[in-house]
Design a protein around this ligand. Structure first.
Ligand SMILES: *Cc1c(COP(=O)(O)O)cnc(C)c1O
Length: 371
């Protein structure tokens, strides 16, 4: 039996063919027609006018902050329950994160605490994360930010293919960012994108991402730029992956439904909830194990799975508990701390077979006393 991974890349022969065609087309040098087409397709899927394909989701976040004019000392409201990339980008521009706890209903940014923070001070941006593939509560967040003139950026790295009130993930805020890292919903091995409705911002993103070259026949520069563009070959991979998006989301959602059906009866086990107006990608299926009720705990389950060559992970360690961000301001913090203490992410990749999923279920159940 081979190892079961948390969320491995799902790459097929159609993907290899797509990359081969791009190589044969001769567009190896970074930009080319595959990039242009991938950008149009990304914009269409996220309900936007423009997409800009980039080297990573982190690069997309960095550019989104730069485009919104963020710099030294600016303060950014951001979910504490996220991957470090979100906060690293804030630090790249010299800004300061102000962390907001999760709400227990969705694990996403707590909108009451967000409102409280907005009343307390001045912020240069608000950066909610669509955690584990579920959109944050934009029906509330969009007006909260708009009323105070705070730019909104959506970190949709885990949520490509999700919807809220029928609107696609990536459609919220002035700019939304996506990731195509190997473990995400679609992959270009490494890559990302930003999407926006603003032609000026899309142009600005492309300019900054290609070393900020002024329009001149010689190499002339009036600003610091970056080398953040996606290559034509990887865009070809992205296009065939994106054409398969619906199947990928369906597969992850099926895993979630199967895990719920097989494990929800266990004492002390609760799954990450899905809001009624929300259709999550369930990028990862996550549950919490209350040790007082379960007679076991998260670490016992995780370590047992590991002995059977099954990879699982604790829920993200919140950023306010990370040594590197220990001095940053936080509103609340206990909900996400508890999710981290008790939360487990199960193998959820779109290539996970039903027999491997059954292996995970059986292994997890066996740790609970009396099963
Ligand atoms: C993966 C991820 C990123 C970073 O994307 P990369 O492409 O790996 O740079 C940012 N935010 C969240 C929430 C992520 O999960």
């Amino acid at each position: 039996m081979s190892r079961i991974y948390l969320s491995p890349p799902d790459v097929r022969t159609t993907d290899a063919e797509s990359v081969s065609r791009a190589i044969e087309g001769g567009w190896i040098a970074p930009l080319g027609p595959e990039v242009d087409a991938f950008e149009e397709e990304l914009a269409a899927v996220t309900g936007r006018r423009f997409g800009v394909a980039l080297s990573s989701g982190t690069a997309a976040l960095h550019l989104a902050l730069l485009i919104n004019g963020l710099g030294l000392g600016d303060r950014v409201l951001v979910s504490t329950l996220t991957f470090s990339a979100t906060i690293n980008a804030i630090r790249y521009v010299g800004a300061q994160p102000v962390f907001i706890d999760s709400e227990i209903q969705t694990w996403n940014i707590d909108t009451d605490l967000l409102e409280e923070a907005l009343e307390d001070g001045e912020y240069a941006a608000c950066l909610p994360v669509d955690i584990y593939g579920q959109c944050a509560d934009y029906a509330r967040i969009v007006p909260l930010c708009a009323d105070r003139g705070v730019p909104l950026i959506e970190d949709a790295a885990e949520a490509l293919g999700a919807t809220q009130d029928g609107r696609p993930a990536g459609s919220f805020g002035g700019i939304a960012t996506l990731s195509f890292n190997g473990n995400k919903i679609i992959t270009t091995s490494g890559g990302g994108a930003l999407v926006t409705d603003s032609p000026a911002w899309a142009d600005r993103a492309r300019f900054l991402a290609t070393q900020a070259r002024d329009p001149a026949p010689h190499y002339q520069h009036s600003e610091i730029g970056y080398n953040y563009r996606m290559s034509n070959l990887l865009a070809a991979l992205g296009r065939s992956q994106l054409a398969d998006l619906d199947r990928r989301v369906e597969a992850r959602r099926r895993h979630n439904a199967a895990y719920r059906a097989a494990l929800a009866d266990l004492p002390g086990v609760e799954f990450m909830p899905e809001a009624p107006n929300s259709r999550s990608t369930f990028w990862l299926t996550c549950l919490t194990i209350d040790p007082d009720e379960a007679g076991t705990d998260r670490e016992s389950v995780r370590l047992h799975l590991e002995t059977l060559d099954i990879e699982s992970r604790p829920v993200w360690k919140p950023m306010h508990l990370q040594p590197v961000f220990a001095n940053c301001q936080i509103y609340g913090g206990e909900v996400s701390a508890r999710l981290f203490a008790n939360g487990l992410c199960l193998p959820s990749g779109s290539s996970l077979s039903t027999s491997d999923r059954d292996r995970v279920i059986e292994a997890a159940r066996s740790v609970f006393p009396g099963t």
